[in-house]
Design a protein around this ligand. Structure first.
Ligand code: PMP
Length: 400
């Protein structure tokens, strides 16, 4: 599917065709995104929202059009609810910090799940430490599915927020976030969804979900690195304290008192990464031109095909066998260390990720040091899936 749009896929590693299966870490960029970045720096580079001059106005227009493209992509109610950040990590830190300083008090509770990426654990730990609150954990079962039936009893009168991944980066599990949100809202608890592994793989409608916050990175959805989004309901964003102070986020500054700018600017202190925001818009348009539904259906086929073929390998063990998954396959073969397998796959031109994938509690759950993870993007092929399987067999024979 549209493979030729991605120049890097023509590269060779160790003189072998590159088989790029590390899309959960970051995706490659299509030519149109690279061109958009280039074009920005060639034609209109300037600071936004400030200058009266022509270039500044052109850049500001493009920047705000990108915000509208993001709004539409996730179906936010208003562009005021779309805040640009550096990535999912910064988005979650923003919410943990600002929400924490506004609403968390000693004795309060925050709930995360056992399968969260470290970036949806540590910011909450920091906020809880600072505010004297407690972090509670919703566990998952051995298939890698949330034990959702335990959520309601985990919530108490002191629970201030639930923060959970839409899709797990190490297990591939698609979590039942609609249900998470319904259960939490029934108890008047807001929900943050970490959508880092979802936005490029399944349609997201924040209004239909009714989530309070939705966070993601551009670089995992074919956009440049260094750009991300924090969607938040206006109601919270209006009340929450700013995250960082500086230019752009203020209305008036005196040494006695500062008043803050309106949304979304209140949460966008300093000069943003304008070119990357414009690149993000191009990536969104690129995905929309193909259609996210089509991408999701194609990646499901790849997932099933590859899982079935890998399953035939003797002593293959999958980590994460949820009924509902995206194109992420975490596995181990016998007692081969994931790192050793990863190195041998690399030498055959196959890029996979090995290790704990920033989800150490997931590895602790299974009592393993890490996994080998193959993750698909829209440009991966069935031939590449075959190449992975062949390379795993070859590496296994060498290492056993
Ligand atoms: N959450 C999940 C589920 C992720 O997979 C990642 C990236 N691996 C992040 C958050 C953090 O994203 P970033 O590093 O782009 O900020």
């Amino acid at each position: 599917m549209n493979r030729s749009d991605f120049p890097i896929l023509q590269e060779k590693v160790y003189n072998k065709p590159l088989v790029y299966l590390d899309n959960a870490a970051t995706t490659q960029k299509p030519q149109v995104v690279i061109d958009a970045l280039n074009d920005y720096y060639l034609r209109i580079n300037s600071n936004i929202h400030r200058g009266v001059h022509c270039l500044s106005q052109l850049a500001t227009n493009e920047f705000e059009q990108a915000r509208e493209a993001v709004r539409q992509y996730i179906n936010a109610g208003s562009t005021q609810e779309v805040i640009f950040t550096r990535g999912a990590t910064e988005s979650i830190n923003l919410v943990a910090s600002s929400f924490g300083r506004t609403y968390l008090h000693a004795g309060d509770e925050v709930i995360v799940s056992e399968m969260e990426h470290h970036s949806n654990i540590v910011p909450w730990q920091l906020a809880c430490e600072e505010r004297g609150a407690k972090l509670k954990v919703l566990p998952f079962n051995d298939n890698g599915e949330l034990r959702i039936s335990e959520l309601d009893s985990l919530i108490t009168d002191r629970t201030k927020i639930v923060a959970m991944a839409h899709v797990s980066n190490s297990l591939g599990t698609v979590n039942p976030i609609t249900e998470v949100i319904r259960i939490a809202h029934a108890r008047n608890v807001p929900v943050l969804i970490d959508g880092a592994q979802a936005v490029a793989h399944c349609p997201v409608d924040v209004q239909a979900l009714d989530c309070d916050f939705y966070c993601f990175s551009g670089h995992k959805m074919y956009a440049p690195m260094g750009i991300g989004v924090m969607y938040g309901k206006e109601r919270w964003l209006n009340e929450m304290r700013p995250y960082q102070g500086g230019g752009e986020m203020i209305k008036d500054v005196t040494f006695e008192k500062t008043t803050y700018n309106d949304l979304p600017f209140k949460f966008e202190a300093g000069t943003p990464s304008v070119g990357d925001v414009i690149g993000l818009r191009k990536a969104i348009e690129y995905i929309q031109d193909i259609s996210l539904e089509k991408i999701a259906a194609y990646e499901q086929k790849l997932l099933i095909y590859t899982t079935e073929k890998l399953a035939k390998i003797d002593r293959m063990r999958f980590i994460g066998e949820a009924a509902h998954k995206t194109g992420v396959i975490s596995f181990l073969v016998g007692d081969i260390h994931p790192y050793d397998m990863g190195v041998l796959l690399d030498h055959q031109g196959i890029a996979v990720r090995t290790g704990h994938h920033c989800t150490q509690p997931v590895m602790t759950h299974f009592g393993i040091p890490g996994t080998i993870r193959a993750s698909f993007g829209l440009y991966n092929t069935f031939e590449e899936a075959d190449a992975l399987v062949e390379a795993v067999v070859k590496a296994k024979n060498m290492l056993s």
